[in-house]
Every structure is written in C-alpha cells, then in structure tokens.
Design a protein around this ligand. Sequence first.
Ligand SMILES: [Zn+2]
Length: 482
Amino acid sequence: MSLFNQIIRFAGLMSCVFGSLVVSDLACAAEVRPPQFVMFSFDGSKSMPVWQETRAFAKTNPVKFTYFVSGTYMLTQAHKGLYHGPHHKVGASDIGFGGDSDEMMARVNEINSAYSEGNEIGSHANGHYDGSTWSESDWADELRQFSNLLFNTFTNNSLQASANFAAHFLFNLSEIAGFRAPLLGVSVGLWPALKQSGYSYDTSRTADPKVWPRKLDGLWSFPIACLRIAGTGKRTLSMDYNFYYAQSGAKPDPAHSALYEQQMYDTYMEYFRSNYNGNRAPVHLADHFSLWNGGAYWHAMQRVAKAVCGLPEVRCVNYSELVKFMESQPTQILAEYQQGRFPRAVAFNFESKSGPALDVVSQVAASGANVQATLSGRDAGQLIADLQNGSAQGLWKVGDQVIAEGTQVTAQDAARALRSAPEQGLSFVIHKDGQEILRTDGDLQIGLANSGQDENAIMSFQERQDPALIPDPVEAHEDGEL
Ligand SMILES: [Zn+2]
C-alpha cells in the first residue's frame, strides 16, 4: 500500500469513527473494517486418511489449513535413536514415531501436496513433551531437532527417490514460521528460542476469544480461545480434545455423536458471530487428526467452515496469511483495530445467509449521561423506521439480561449492570419478527467496568487442574474411533 493510500485510508478511518457519531457512508465503513480472519489448524498430523480427507476439504472449500507437524512422525521406528528430547531418553517419544519407510514416504507426499495446495506447515515440536519447565537452550535444542527431523527425513530414514516419491520438500526451513507447544506447555525460554530459530508466530497461549493478536516476546501471539460449550455452560478451549473431555469424559460415546457435534458447532458459530459482529478479533479453531465420538468434532469443524468461509469480509486462511495482514497494517490502523474502534458490520441470518447483510453499521458512543446507538448504512433508514413504528425493538443487554429498551441507555444503568456482571459486556441488540437481526460488540465497556480478562494469558496453574481445560494431552494424538 502506498503512503498516499495509507494517509487516505487513515483519514477515512478518522472521519468514520471520530468525525461524527453517524457513519454516513457504506464505502467508508467497508474500507476501514478489518476482515474477519478464521484459522483452522491441526496438531500432530500423523494419520494418512486424515491428511487426505482434510486436504480434500480444503481443496473444495474456501479455506486453508495450518498443520503443526510433530517431528517424531518424520522418523521411522528403526531410526528413533536419532531423536533425543530434552531431559528424556534417547529414542523416546510420548507419541511414538512415524511408522515404516512406506508410511514415511506417503506422509512426505501428503505434506508436499498440502503445501502446494496453499496450506501451511508449522511445528508441534517432536516427542510431545511438556516444556513448561524447559530453559531457552532446551527449547533451542528441541527446535533444532525439529528442523533436522523434518528436512533431513530422507537421509535420516534412508529414503530413496523414486517415480512416486520426490525425496525432497517443496518448501524450505524459512517457511516454517509457526509453532504450537505440545500440551500448550510453555516457559519463558520458548519465545526467545522460537525467535532465534526464525519463527514469526506462536499459537500456544490461551486467551479470551476477543483478544486481538499482539507481538509478545518478539513473535505474533495467536492464542487459542477459552469458551463455554453452548447449551451446557461447561468451560472448554477452542480445541477438539477439550470438547471430547468435557462432553464424554474423554471416553468414546459415539451414540451421542450428533449432540456433541451440534454443541461444538453452536459454540464455534457463537464465537464466530460474536467476533464478526464485534471487534473482529481473529477466530482460532484447533483440531487434532483424531476422530473421537464418531468424528463429531471434525464434522463440526467442516460445518463451521462451510457456514462462514465465503461470507463477506471473512478470510479462512493459514496463519502466515494472518501474519502478512498484521504486518501490512499501518501502526495507527492496527491500534484502532486492536481497540475495536471501527464501524461495526452487521450480518444476519448466518444460517440462511439472508437479512440486511453488511449494509447497516451500528455505532455506540457514550456522551455525558447516556449511551447512544446510531445506525447508518444502506438499510439503516428502514431499520430506524421499524424501530420508530414498533415493528423492530432495540434492546440494551448485559449478557442475556435486558437493561433498557430503545436506542439509548443511561450510563448509570449501564455501569450498574456491568458491575453486577463483570464477566459480561454491554450490547445493543435489535430484534425483528422474533429474531435478533443486529448486535453491537458484546465487549463494550464504556470505561465504566473492566472485564478483568488477562489478554493473551498463559493458562494458569489452577486452570490446568480443570480436566476439561487440559490442553492437547498425549491422548489427543491417538487416532480415536472412526
Ligand atoms: Zn499435541
């Protein structure tokens, strides 16, 4: 983007957001709103049928995946002695090794195909060890061994090129940009080691779903979201194993596969909707190559991808595309995005893909004693008329609680409600014909209450004691039943 365009764009943003409470111009709104990024990723990446199925899905839908590959899956059982994990025995690995030479060659072919189809290959370290007590040099050792296990697969395992096997990767080390720590077990030494090893982002933290990416310790942090499972209130992470644990105690229960799939689908769709209509923080959905509970979680992920990828302003891309976006934004624009200061989009109904779509912009601003919602955009005139003649209803909500009706609420009422429900934010919602058709960002705090969420937090020790929040355990790399 040229400097001139940047200035025009920034000037446009300023006039949209600050020039007036009324956003008068759709083009302006469309230009200044960040896309909704949705990232789908997998850990481990061992099973050949799942490689094939996920690749086929990405080829036929507007989505690209990021595969965080485990280095030990690039060693045959016969050559396992080439791996020596920090503080573990030579030739040991908590998730085993990669099978025989034929399986290794097939996996190399899958990785090359996935890459050439626009998906990304990242690192999930090697032996799936908990690195939460590791030093920087332990991490550096593990990362060095990952590079060796991946890029020297051919010599390490004595694999020979043949008509069906190229015996080289189509990408090089500089393209391994992303990392996810096994068990999300991180220590302060991880990030300097990643940076030193040429990585540009890490996906090992956990955080509130509304957190915008920031650079922490020199790398982009793209955290996994802490969510509650729709219809149950149970805490979980945006990761398949955590649903498996919360729903069926990590025991196979294929009889309830449809229910579990629907709960994950509803949970992820709410995560998406809330961010899409809200502060546009990227959505992070993490999966394994495991098909627990009759494939419920992989099925739910596919349904989410089909429902949201391809919607206006949505980009279901690999993580490096998100890095490119973050690094191409002028500092001021990125700061506005990270603070959620841009005209909000409204899109309904996600299921039928009908409704006023993106042509109404809602703005909420506190002025003196009141908080006022303002609508503008192509369909705003009709909606305002609907509100005035009573065919649509404007509601102020904190969580599910309605605290006022109309387009205005007193700051005092808002503050009181926010203080009594510190986990919630204030939303302005419009209902029409029994359906919610517009919602502002749910995390609006208007400077009166603080949600207390720790941005980009690393999961606390207490949280790790909650079995439903155990992140990415070794069992998550077992195949599960089909
Ligand atoms: Zn893992």
